[in-house]
Design a protein around this ligand. Structure first.
Ligand SMILES: C[S@@+](CC[C@H](N)C(=O)[O-])C[C@H]1O[C@@H](n2cnc3c(N)ncnc32)[C@H](O)[C@@H]1O
Length: 197
């Protein structure tokens, strides 16, 4: 099984870790979307997708931007319930960070910087966006990197930067789906294509 990288742009997601678990959407700048996207990226019914690397670009709050990385091949203590995932993220974001990756817990890392810093490190970028080419029948690169937005549309400067490096811009279907649902659909497409997507 090849590697799959998932990047979610959290336009207002709180990078400080100062959000409360009682009100993730409000206090966290819709960090609930990031939390559910992590669940969607890793959890199968009785297993975890070890071949997935997940990045969230957190653009809200005083210390933004920061990038959160979750590695399926290393992560531990991650459970499907949202509160558990949110607590792990908050713990990671509250730790002092710098421009280099710092490990907050097994498989969970944070660094300062956002899409500009991450983009050169990504390979085989596939922008997932309503209006793209239908994913069914479209060629899929090996080890793809799927990039998705959160509740907000991609910003023009983000699209421009992504398009300068992307190998494809694909649509998952005729409707606009929640980010975490779009992740499941895209991973399901890879599952159906088998070992060699
Ligand atoms: C809730 S949507 C974004 C909001 C939406 N663009 C809007 O403002 O009407 C979340 C993200 O999931 C992905 N997505 C949702 N539906 C999709 C589709 N049909 N094809 C490809 N990606 C999709 C895109 O990355 C999108 O930005």
């Amino acid at each position: 099984m090849g590697r799959v990288t998932i990047v979610v742009l959290g336009h207002r997601a709180n990078a400080d870790g100062t959000f409360t678990l009682e009100d993730l959407p409000g206090s966290g700048g819709r960090i609930d979307i990031i939390v559910r996207s992590i669940g969607a990226s890793f959890f199968l019914s009785r297993d975890i997708r070890r071949n997935v690397v997940f990045y969230a670009i957190l653009m809200g709050g005083n210390t933004a931007p920061k990038t959160l990385m979750v590695r399926g091949d290393e992560v531990r203590y991650l459970n499907p319930d949202e509160r558990n995932i949110a607590a792990l993220i908050r713990h990671a974001l509250l730790k002092p960070s710098g421009p280099e990756w710092r490990r907050a817990s097994p498989g969970i890392y944070v660094r300062e910087g956002g899409l500009v810093e991450l983009l050169p490190e990504l390979e085989n970028i596939v922008i997932l966006r309503e209006g793209g080419e239908d994913i069914r029948g479209a060629p899929m690169p090996h080890n793809p990197t799927f990039v998705l937005s959160d509740k907000e549309e991609f910003r023009p400067e983000e699209l421009e930067a992504l398009r300068s490096r992307a190998v494809a811009e694909l649509s998952l279907g005729p409707l606009s789906y929640h980010t975490e649902h779009a992740i499941v659909i895209a991973l399901n497409e890879l599952d159906r294509r088998g070992e060699d997507p």
